[in-house]
Design a binder for this molecule. Structure first.
Ligand code: GLU
Length: 425
């Protein structure tokens, strides 16, 4: 029988509530009017579809597909598509709103959106994933568009899935439309520098924060939680800038080496080992993956999923600086203790915005029909990240608030002002 699996009950704090709590604080500091508050609080569009897919065993399985456009005030919605077993509408709503704030913080002309399909791509064949991606695209054919809503990769999806999306969308329109999606393979109009862009932005914002904290990168130690695209690139680029990466982790566990882990070796091992670090010999395996949060280091980079720093473990954190490669890795309930402990946080909507920044460059190149060099992409994205960091830092001084609230203030202010100019009905 065909059925949709119910969303699992999560042992997580609700990311939507975490997002809203910060939004409320920033809105109050900013003196946002009630009218604009209610416009920005509610997602502009929410689409939920059922996707019947014939699995390799011949049976039909129905998947739930979601796309939320939080806002299109600054421009077309922008944001990734997540394929994961625990996709939930509240999570997608939070992630969509974070995209709105993220694009506003780095000052690119996009609103925010996010998509998700509840599935476990690790247990699916390539053919099953392709059929699911194409069915999802067709179901969202009126939602997506280069001037409406531009998807990209997120957890569980990558360039391969974006290629299928572009192809399906193009077939339905009878013409090749490569600007409908970013994070594509290079040959399909992907941008140089896009793969490493999020990790690179994490590195740029970590170095900017270290300068403020007077931490010398060549004497600094760092932990990176999560070794997917964002974590592995952030680790590699931070290592290149002099930091000693003493611990990394992925779904197989956490690995520690007090002399520093050779990140190139770890990436090579992961690539040759089904994408996981299990059995990696360049470090000892910690008895529990959570131990990595308790290590005495200068910099902690959570680069995996939401809600890994919560009221349950925040007391034990000893890092001086947290740079959020993931979206929503710190729950709202942990913020207060982090602030009391004097830990600086470069928040997700700033720290991981390098990805969407280079997505924007990809879209610009597609529309120009022209390709930029990697040097141009990196130089421009580094500049945007550094300017955004400085902007948020100044707001944190001006409003006397932590960097996270300052980032929300910068973002909400921009979106609210734009809304007021554009006007409503
Ligand atoms: N999924 C990424 C993010 O959360 C990238 C989004 C994009 O490039 O549109 O920022």
């Amino acid at each position: 029988m065909a059925y949709i699996e119910p969303a699992p009950i999560k042992d997580k704090e609700n990311p939507l509530e975490s997002m809203m709590e910060r939004f409320n604080i920033a809105a109050e500091k900013l003196g946002l009017s009630d009218e604009v508050y209610s416009v920005l609080k509610n997602p502009a569009k929410q689409v939920i579809v059922s996707l019947p897919i014939t699995m390799d065993n011949g049976k039909i399985k129905v998947f739930e597909g979601i796309r939320v456009v939080h806002s299109n005030i600054l421009g077309p919605a922008k944001g990734g598509i997540r394929f994961a077993p625990d996709v939930h509408i509240d999570e997608v709503r939070a992630l969509a709103a974070w995209m709105t704030w993220k694009c506003a913080v780095v000052d690119i002309p996009y609103g925010g959106g996010k998509g998700g399909v509840r599935c476990n791509p690790r247990e699916m064949s390539k053919g099953e994933i392709e059929r699911l991606m194409r069915a999802y695209t067709l179901a969202m054919i009126d939602v997506f568009g280069p001037d409406k809503d531009i998807p990209a990769p997120d957890m569980g999806t990558g360039p391969r899935e974006m290629a299928w999306l572009m192809d399906e969308y193009s077939k339905a329109h009878g013409t090749t439309v490569n600007a409908v999606v970013t994070g594509k393979p290079l040959v399909l109009g992907g941008s140089l520098g896009r793969t490493e862009a999020t990790g690179r932005g994490v590195m740029v914002s970590a170095l900017a924060a270290m300068e403020k904290l007077k931490i010398n990168p060549f004497q600094a130690t760092c932990v990176v939680q999560g070794f997917g695209n964002v974590g592995s690139w952030a680790a590699q680029l931070l290592e290149e800038r002099g930091l000693k990466i003493v611990s990394i982790s992925d779904i197989s566990g956490a690995y520690y080496n007090s002399n520093g882990i050779n990140i190139q070796e770890a990436i090579k091992f992961r690539n040759e080992n089904n994408g996981i670090l299990e059995g990696f010999h360049g470090a000892e395996k910690l008895s529990s993956a959570n131990e990595l949060f308790e290590l005495e280091v200068d910099v902690l980079v959570p680069a995996a999923v939401e809600d890994v720093i919560t009221k349950k473990n925040v007391d034990k954190i000893k890092a001086k600086l947290i740079v959020e490669g993931a979206n929503g890795p710190t729950s709202f309930n942990a913020d207060k203790i982090i602030n009391e402990k004097g830990i600086m946080v470069v928040p997700d909507i700033l720290a991981n915005a390098g990805g969407v920044t280079v997505s924007y460059f990809e879209w610009v190149q597609n529309r120009l029909g022209y390709k930029w060099t990697a040097e141009r992409v990196n130089r421009r994205s580094d500049r945007i990240m550094k300017e955004a960091f400085d902007h948020v830092y100044h707001a944190s001084v001006k409003y006397n608030v932590p960097m996270r609230i300052a980032a929300y203030i910068v973002a909400i202010d921009k979106v609210a002002q734009t809304y007021q100019y554009r006007g409503g009905y």
